[in-house]
Ligand binder design. Structure first.
Ligand code: COA
Ligand code: ZN
Length: 298
C-alpha cells in the first residue's frame, strides 16, 4: 500500500463560485453526486456568505437541503462570519471551514476584515461550531501573497495559525488564493506553521494561476502534508482576486500522485468523465490537463 493522500474536492464551492455559468441546484447536486461516484468522501459543497458578495453561492442552503445524506461524504460549508457559521449549522454542514486572511488589501475587499479581525472573528465563532460537535477547520487565504498588497509576511501566517489552534481548529489549510507560491516557499511556510501551531493538522490549497500548482503540491507532499484541496476540471477562483484562476485540478493531482505510488481512493476515469460533463453544463472548456490528454498509461 502506498502512502495515502486525501483530496478535498472544492469544485462545488471554490470552482462554481466564480464561473460565469449559472448552474441550477439540480445541476450542482448532479456534480456532487458524480464526484461521490468517483470516490470523493470530503468536499466543500457550498458557502454561507453574503449573496450580494457571491451571488453564485446564494443557493447553498438549497444545495445542502438536497444532499444525499445516506452517502458517506463529509460535506463542508465555508463561512467567514458569525451569520455564515449560524447558517451553515442550520444547513446541517458536516464540517465548517472558516476563512482567515493573511493580507489587509485582500481581506478588506473579500470579507471586510484585516488579518487580526479575521482571527478575532474565528475566536468568536469557533465555540458555536464546537459546541454543536461539528468539526472545525480553517483556511488562511492569500497565505503566499496578496493581490493588492504584494508579499505576505510569514510572521502573519504563523500568528494566524497559532490563533487558529487556540480557537480549536483541528485542521488548517494554507491557501494560495492567487497562485503566488513556489515550492520552496511552500516548504518554508509549512515549517513555520508547524512551529507555531504544532497540534493542527495541515492541508494545502493551491490555485494554478502562474503554473506552479502541481510543483507546490509536490513540495507539500514531500513536506509530509497528507491533505490537498483540488477542484475537478481545475475550475474556479476567487471573485475578489483579479485574474483569478482555478484550483489545481483534481484529476491532474490524482494522476500525478497515483502514478508515483500514492493512494487517493479516487477513480481517475470517473473524474475525467466528470470534468468533461462539466464542460457541457458550464458551456466552456475546463483547464485541467488530464481532461484533454487522458491518463497514462492508457
Ligand atoms: N450570509 C448571508 N448574508 C450575510 C452574511 C452571511 N454570512 N453576512 C452578512 N450578511 C448580510 C447582512 O445581513 C447584511 O445584509 P443587508 O445589507 O441586507 O443588511 C449585509 O450582508 C452586510 O453585512 P455586514 O455584516 O456589514 O457584512 P460586510 O458588508 O462587512 O461583509 C461578509 C462581510 C463576510 C458578509 C462579505 O464580505 C462576504 O460575504 N464575503 C464573502 C467573500 C467570499 O466568499 N469570497 C470567496 C471565498 S474566500
Ligand atoms: Zn481558493
Amino acid at each position: 500500500m502506498g502512502r495515502r493522500i486525501d483530496i478535498v474536492e472544492v469544485g462545488p464551492r471554490d470552482g462554481l463560485q466564480n464561473d460565469p455559468a449559472n448552474l441550477s441546484v439540480d445541476q450542482k447536486l448532479e456534480f456532487i453526486a458524480r464526484l461521490e461516484a468517483a470516490g470523493v468522501r470530503r468536499m466543500e459543497s457550498g458557502s454561507f456568505v453574503s449573496p450580494k458578495a457571491v451571488p453564485k453561492m446564494a443557493d447553498s442552503p438549497a444545495v445542502f437541503a438536497g444532499l444525499d445524506r445516506a452517502k458517506p461524504t463529509r460535506h463542508i460549508a465555508l463561512a467567514l462570519n458569525e451569520t455564515g457559521v449560524r447558517r451553515a449549522i442550520e444547513a446541517r454542514a458536516d464540517e465548517i471551514n472558516f476563512v482567515l486572511v493573511a493580507g489587509e488589501g485582500f481581506g478588506r475587499r473579500n470579507q471586510g476584515m484585516s488579518p487580526q479581525e479575521s482571527a478575532d472573528m474565528l475566536a468568536r465563532c469557533a465555540p458555536l461550531v464546537l459546541e454543536e460537535g461539528i468539526p472545525l477547520s480553517a483556511t488562511i487565504s492569500v497565505a503566499f501573497g496578496d493581490p493588492y498588497d504584494g508579499d505576505v509576511d510569514i510572521g502573519v501566517v504563523g500568528s494566524l495559525a497559532a490563533q487558529a489552534q487556540r480557537a480549536g481548529v483541528a485542521e488548517l489549510a494554507l491557501g494560495d488564493t492567487i497562485g503566488a507560491a513556489t515550492p520552496w516557499d511552500v516548504r518554508r511556510r509549512i515549517d513555520r506553521v508547524r512551529m507555531e501551531a504544532p497540534d493542527v493538522f495541515l492541508r494545502m490549497h493551491f490555485h494554478d494561476t502562474r503554473g506552479a500548482g502541481l510543483a507546490n503540491v509536490f513540495a507539500a507532499v514531500e513536506a509530509g502534508v497528507d491533505v490537498i484541496d483540488a477542484s475537478c476540471g481545475g475550475i474556479g477562483g476567487c471573485p475578489f482576486a483579479p485574474a483569478a484562476t482555478g484550483n489545481v485540478a483534481t484529476e491532474d493531482v490524482v494522476w500525478m500522485l497515483e502514478r508515483a505510488g500514492f493512494e487517493t481512493g479516487l477513480d481517475l476515469g470517473r473524474l475525467i468523465d466528470t470534468a468533461k460533463w462539466l464542460e457541457t453544463v458550464l458551456g466552456h472548456p475546463v483547464a485541467s490537463s488530464l481532461s484533454r490528454a487522458g491518463a497514462f498509461p492508457v
